[in-house]
Design a protein around this ligand. Structure first.
Ligand SMILES: NC(=O)c1ccc[n+]([C@@H]2O[C@H](COP(=O)([O-])OP(=O)(O)OC[C@H]3O[C@@H](n4cnc5c(N)ncnc54)[C@H](OP(=O)(O)O)[C@@H]3O)[C@@H](O)[C@H]2O)c1
Length: 255
């Protein structure tokens, strides 16, 4: 029987790579994001690439909003009595899209912290809380996508801080759900190419710097992160919980 795999941010970048990895296993995918047209295109691409899979469900919702998370959970609950795998990939660095009037002063600082907390912490926590009672028992899997910024900072602190907040959340949730046979883990990528994360504004020089910080001499790809998520979601990984797995080609050590 196909597993029900819910992927926030599943329409683009790392989330879409995760969707491809689970589609290759024939799973029932649920893609959640704010832009319906992006999700519909992603679902169509998956069906073309993996013709045998069950039709992916696309749910448009703002997961930083409790009502959005409830809407997504309801859409899932109307169709299936359980969620086997929940991957929280929705997020991004609010600083990269900050309006000009939100860059200075204390008001600008507050905006950055609030927006990053909403985009990265709340999106993951609210969807997980909305679905946790329906996680397959035993065997359910929760994966949260953090960042190398949780270890190294992110310039202003607010993006890295909003990702670092997911780590103790995962530890506490693992303790809560472990007795049900559900694991909770975090994957923290370094620089990953082929995503919308940098909103098309990553300079060639900055990209060279990020690649030069790796031991592997290359950018990460969505499939690198997806392979780690797929492994953590496998039945064989049932004893791995409350862990943070970094996928960064060694870049956290710094160069
Ligand atoms: N790319 C990197 O170098 C990198 C490195 C470390 C960690 N990460 C993390 O990896 C995750 C995936 O990012 P990505 O690199 O794949 O970038 P991406 O292509 O921009 O993906 C982010 C996804 O999250 C969705 N999203 C954002 N805010 C949302 C909200 N409030 N509600 C619902 N969906 C929301 C976006 O869709 P909508 O805009 O349609 O909502 C988009 O599909 C993020 O958490 C990011 O912080 C990325």
């Amino acid at each position: 029987m196909a597993r029900v795999v819910v992927i926030s941010g599943g329409g683009t970048g790392i989330g879409f790579g995760v969707a491809e990895a689970f589609a290759a296993d024939g799973e029932q995918l649920v893609l959640v994001g704010r832009r319906a047209e992006v999700l519909d295109r992603a679902a169509a691409r998956l069906r073309t690439a993996f013709p045998g899979i069950p039709a992916p469900l696309a749910v448009a919702a703002d997961l930083a909003d409790p009502a959005g998370a409830e809407h997504a959970a309801k859409a899932v609950g109307e169709r299936w009595d359980r969620v086997d795998v929940l991957v929280n990939s929705a997020g991004g660095n609010a600083a990269l899209g900050a309006p000009a009037d939100r860059t200075g002063g204390l008001a600008g600082t507050a905006w950055h912290w609030e927006q990053n907390f909403r985009a990265n912490t709340l999106t993951a926590v609210l969807l997980t809380e909305a679905l946790k009672d329906r996680l397959a028992t035993p065997g359910g899997r929760v994966v949260l996508v953090s960042s190398i910024a949780a270890y190294r900072g992110s310039g202003s602190g607010s993006y890295g801080g909003s990702k670092a907040a997911l780590h103790p959340y995962a530890y506490d949730l693992s303790a809560e759900l472990g007795p049900r046979g559900v694991t909770v883990n975090v994957v923290a990528p370094g620089y990953v190419a082929d995503t919308e994360f940098f909103r098309g504004a990553l300079s060639a020089e900055r990209e060279r710097t990020l690649v030069a910080q790796t031991d592997t001499g290359r950018a990460g790809l969505p499939e690198d992160v997806a392979a780690t998520v797929r492994w953590l979601a496998s039945p064989e990984a049932g004893q791995i919980t409350a862990q943070v797995v970094q996928v960064n080609g060694g870049a956290e050590r710094g160069r």
